[in-house]
Design a protein around this ligand. Sequence first.
Ligand code: PLP
Length: 391
Amino acid sequence: MEKKVYLDNAATTFVSGEVLNEMMPCFNAIYGNPNSLHSFGRDAAAIVDRARDRVQKAIGAKSATEIYFTSGGTEADNWAIKGIAKAYANKGKHIIVSQIEHHAILSSCEELEKEGFEVSYVKVDKYGIVSIADIIDKIRPDTTLISVMAVNNEVGTIQNLLAIAKTAHEHGIIFHTDAVQAIGALKINVQDMEIDAMSMSAHKIYGPKGCGALYVRNGVRIQNFMDGGSQERGKRGGTLNVPSIAGFGKAIEIATRDFAINQKKIKSIREYFLSKVTERIPYIRVNGHPYQKVQGILNISFEMIEGESILMLLDLDGIAVSTGSACTSNSLEPSHVLRAMGIEDEVAQGSIRFSFGKNTSKSDIDYVVDKLEVAVAKLRAISPITKAGRK
Ligand SMILES: *Cc1c(COP(=O)(O)O)cnc(C)c1O
């Protein structure tokens, strides 16, 4: 059989065996509706309660009632941005986010702008670190919310969350963070880090797709996400997805339990990969912060060629990676993240995101580096873009 290597763990991960075992009984043995009053319902409710406690514990929330289960990170981001901005609209209609947020945040902001809210987009430096000076510059008397992601999904840069939270709070502003890429990769404690609201997703941490959560600190106002039954304290109606919630609870518990061992493993794999690539492939640039970054994400620009072409050649060899330059529907628009970091469009277009997982092995890396070296050489040989003496 042809070898297959998955280096796209920032897009999604496999569901781990332990998580799957936690989910399985919820499909048939324990199938009650957690809102029902009989024993079938109570059994399902107990599963949801346990999962909620596990999420609370993993993020250091004060109370499990501060955790709202959602259909994933996108829903949590939409809910946080729109729900908090609207809940405080009587105080002001201005919010601040960074230029490098996930599209779940940026598109939510665009919707708010259509409804008369104003949004300021803060700058980042060449490493993708959000400028606190620029945040302070953009704060106004009618600013109600600041949202900055904990870890960027394209380059892996870690933000100075506590400093941003403190800045927000000095001005009486709510602080939300998209922590989808941070869970399992970074130690998060919402109380110590002064986070008021935080988005999470199960499928980036070896849990099921279509499940996540929004943490909302007690006392922070947020509009209802969906009207319906009394689920999630009346804020998000709809029968709960018990199997996925059980899986998410288990996944986040494991992420905390195995944190040190996974970090160590993934760090050594990433370093091994980068040393091999640096040794064998010329004219590359590593994007993102040299050390204030998560272990699992490595974004590299291969000069003079396009990321999409590399991706397609690697795909023929059974290797899965992602382009940093997610091309929008009609154009080869370079990534908004790399652009915000001031990386020239030609370089951004040649970028690839390699994201490593807890099962990535050294032999996987050896295979990928061999194929990558050939792919890059092949593409450069036919590239119309050349630099004197660089071909
Ligand atoms: C994946 C991701 C999301 C979206 O989460 P889903 O559960 O896939 O909807 C949001 N933000 C970041 C930073 C992500 O990486």
